[in-house]
Structure formats: C-alpha cells, structure tokens
Ligand binder design. Structure first.
Ligand code: XMP
Length: 484
C-alpha cells in the first residue's frame, strides 16, 4: 500500500488575522470594490446563494441596491426564472424600454392579475397596434369589486395623460413630475405608439441607493443559475434574453468533464457572456474551469451551514484552506474566486476575502431576512424562517413536484439515501439591508486592522495566525455571563 501524506486543512475558526499598520485616516476611506466575474464589478463583495429559500427577485434587488449581486435560483420553470430576472432589471431603470401593457379591451380582473404577476403598480393600456389608449394604476382599481368591468371605464384616458415624445434625461423627467404632479410618464413615438415609460418611484429609489451595482444602462445587476442537464442551453438563452448579467453553473461537484464541457459550450454558443462555474475546492479544479473559459469560479465543497456532503460522502476541504489553495491560480488566470458557504459572521467574511476570495456567497445569514422567499414563523416565542440545502430530501422532492415528474417509491428512497443537505430553521434577522450594512462596516474595520486600503492590499497584507484550542476559546466572550 502507498503511504499517503495527509495535509492539514484549516477553516475560519482555526485562524485569526494579525493586525498591521493602517495608513488611512478613517475606516470609511477603505474601498471594498471588487469583481464578481472577470468583467462584472461590484461595490461590495457579497453575493446571495442560488437557493429557493434565499434568492428570488426581492433578494436580488436588495443585493444589487447595496452594491452586491443575487443569483436567482433555478428550481422553477424557465419562464418563471426569466420573469424573476426581468423584475430585477426593471426594478429601477430610468427608462423602461418595454413597459408592461394591457389591451384596451381587457377587464379590471385582468389588470389586477397582471399587476400581481409582474409586481408592478401600473400598466399602459394600448390598442392592437401599440398606440397609447390610457393608463391604469393600482389606485384606480383598488376598491373596484366588479372584475368584469372594462378597463377603459376606470383608466386615465390618453387625452388626460402627460407624455413625452422623445427619450428624456433624468433631470428633465424630474422637472415633468414636479410640474404636472404625475408619477408615470409614458414615452410615445410620432404615431403615438408606446416606446417606453419613466416612473417617479424609480427615480426616487435610484437616488436612495448611490452605491448600487448597475449595468451600463443603469439597471440593477442580476445573475441566474443554470444546471448542466438536458435543456440547460435553452434555459441559458431565455435568461440571457431576459438580460441576466451572468450565468452561474450551479452544481455540487464542479470539477467534472461535464461542467468543463458546459462552460465551453456556453461560451461557444453565446459568445461574450459572463459564466460562473463551480464548485471546486482545489487549485486543479479551479484551473480546469478557468482554462475552459469560466469568468469566476465558486470555491467550497461542503462548508455550508445546511450541507451534509462531508458527512454523507466523506469528501470536502476546510473552507479557508480551499480558498487559500486556489488564490494563486485566481491571480494567475485573472479569474475571481467566489467563496461559497460557511460564512457565519462578519469575521468569516473578512477571513475569506483575506485568503484570496473576491466575493463571498452567503445562504443562511440572508435566509433569515425579510427578502428571502417564504414566510416568517413563530416557535416558542421566537421568530424564524425556513432554510434548506438544495440537495436536502424535501428540496429534491419539491423539485419533482414542480416539474410534474412521476414520483415513484424508488426515487423517494434514492433521495433519502443521496441527500447532501438538511432542512432547518434560521433566526429571523429583519431587513437584509441591515445585515449587509453590518457586514460591510465590519469588513471595512477588519481591513483597517490589516492595514489594507482595498481588497488587493488585503490579499497582499493578510497574515494569518493559527490558533490553539485555548486561543479559540479566548476569541469568544469568556468568563462572563453574556446578557442575551
Ligand atoms: P451557507 O453556509 O451560507 O452556505 O448557508 C450556502 C451554500 O451552501 C451550498 N449548498 C449546499 N451544499 N448540500 C451541500 O452540500 C446542499 O444541500 C446545499 N444547498 C446549498 C451552496 O453552495 C450555497 O451557496
């Protein structure tokens, strides 16, 4: 038998960062700008996980408004996932180029249904040829109980609308809203056909989030997850048509021939797109995906809070070692590392970035916020939200139900044997924005302790020290009774 040497793997709790001299006046001057992929810049290094209890459009909008990005999960139909992407892209662009419309022969019921489906507060009413006929807003139909009533009886008709016949600037739009005291400004061409819409709400929100991560058209950034099984190219196409900024290949074991082929195929088929691949936990895995054309690689096998991969399969690499081992390859290839999983607090975030990651992907912390899908529940007087691994038994089963697959006893048994995740309750944490603000403030503080003015300097300056059992104990509050 070959005697194999065993390397020692470390994770966040095993180390601390050593403080160093800081050259700036204040922590606020520290830059935390970073890259999500080769070409996509973010203002904060935080990404939300592609999980059905974490990221749909609401979470993705909040992530991008704060300067990060959300990855819309893939455990829904292609059409619905594309709709979620569109919701983010439309959330606050100055000019909505293809506003949602309603045929003028529609009813109040149809208007209510569409507003709910699209998550918007108003629809432009149009004739068959696209000519503007009126505008209906939520307020017009709020107390309308007759769902069969024609929409033209409740809408504001064309002649009473303020419209613009050309593309206008932000300042011009503000002037019009102020002067006419309206909240929506349809844009029409010379034939009075709808060519766009500007809303006061979008303009107001835009000025509230100066740090938002936006594309070249001023729309919020969003990524979308895809798999590698049959039909993934079709899903990819629909998501790209919906203006997703990046596609994230979301599979548990990313260091496979199939994933490498999928990265190449996506690049060949769609050309200049941003593709994230993963997950890997070794430099070899990182390099194979980077050389296949991946624009970012997710690092993390089994560190997640609801992951049981390491228990079930015996496979994984402690997360800090995994990141550290890929860091050199990341610099060599100019491909950012997304450290995926295991972030339990801001200290873990600082350590993950210091080890060489450009961003961290977070599931459990964000799952407890208002913006994650699912309701808040009460248990024993405390509030919680449900969070589950995407390879957990019920998540796998739910997927089949959604896809209307025949579920036989064999597959149920199979799921029970092969699940690599658990279902869990996570404490309710309020608004995601509060959590993000806390994480960002702590990251800036951590970087200042390390003497780093930006993330690149943190990579260069970071000096880790490993801890003994006693050192770990000393790092937590000790020898006192903490007031909860
Ligand atoms: P945290 O620690 O932030 O981790 O909750 C989120 C990451 O966990 C991964 N993930 C899984 N890993 N089994 C696994 O082994 C699962 O069922 C599972 N579901 C999610 C995923 O990478 C996510 O971003």
């Amino acid at each position: 038998m070959v005697v194999k040497e065993i390397e020692r793997g470390l994770t966040f709790d095993d180390v601390l960062l050593v403080p160093r001299r800081f050259p700036l006046h204040s922590r606020k001057e520290v830059s935390i700008e970073t890259f999500f992929t080769k070409k996509i810049r973010l203002n904060i290094p935080i990404v939300s996980s592609a999980m059905d209890t974490v990221t749909e459009s609401e979470m993705a909008i909040t992530m991008a408004r704060h300067g990060g990005i959300g990855v819309i999960h893939r455990f829904m139909s292609i059409e619905r996932q594309a709709q979620e992407v569109q919701r983010v892209k439309r959330a606050e662009n100055i000019i909505i180029e293809k506003p949602y419309t309603l045929p003028f022969k529609s009813t109040v019921g149809k208007a209510k249904e569409l507003m709910e489906n699209y998550g918007v507060g108003g629809l432009l009413v149009v004739e068959e040829d696209g000519k503007l006929k009126g505008l209906v807003t939520k307020r017009d139909i709020l107390f309308e109980e007759n769902y069969e009533k024609p929409i033209i009886d409740v809408m504001t008709p064309r002649e009473r609308l303020v419209v613009s016949t050309r593309k206008i600037t932000l300042e011009e739009a503000k002037e019009i809203f102020k002067k006419y005291k309206v909240e929506k400004l349809p844009l029409v061409d010379e034939e009075d056909k709808v060519v766009g819409l500007v809303t006061a709400k979008d303009i107001m929100i835009k000025s509230m989030y100066p740090n938002a991560a936006r594309d070249q058209k001023g729309r919020l950034l969003v990524a979308a997850a895809i798999g590698i099984r049959e039909g993934y190219l079709e899903r990819a196409k629909v998501l790209l048509d919906a203006s997703a900024d990046a596609l994230v290949i979301d599979v548990a074991h990313g260091h496979t021939d199939e994933v490498i082929r999928a990265v190449r195929k996506l690049k060949e088929t769609f050309g200049d797109i941003q593709v994230v691949a993963g997950n890997v936990a070794t430099p070899e895995g990182f390099e194979d995906l980077a050389s296949a054309g991946a624009d970012a690689v997710k690092v993390g096998i089994g560190p997640g809070t609801v992951c049981t991969t390491r228990i079930v399969t015996g496979v994984g690499v402690p997360q800090l070692t995994a990141i550290l081992s890929c860091a050199e390859k990341s610099i060599e290839w100019g491909v950012p590392i997304i450290a995926d999983g295991g972030i339990r607090n801001s200290g873990d975030l600082v350590k993950a970035i210091a080890a060489g990651a450009s961003t961290v992907m977070i599931g459990s912390l964000l799952a407890g916020t208002d913006e994650s899908p699912g309701a808040t529940i009460s248990r024993g007087g405390k509030k919680y939200k449900v969070y589950r691994g995407m390879a957990s038994f019920y998540a796998m089963l739910a997927r089949d139900f959604k896809e209307d697959k025949q579920i036989d006893l064999d597959s149920i048994v199979d799921y029970a044997y092969t699940s690599e995740g658990v279902e869990a309750y996570v404490p309710y944490r309020g608004r995601a924005s509060e959590l993000l603000n806390q994480l960002v403030a702590a990251l800036r503080a951590g970087m200042s302790y390390c003497g780093a003015r930006n993330i690149r300097e943190l990579w260069n300056n970071a000096k880790f020290i490993s801890l003994s059992e006693a050192g770990i104990k000393e790092s937590y509050p000790h020898d006192v009774e903490v007031i909860e």
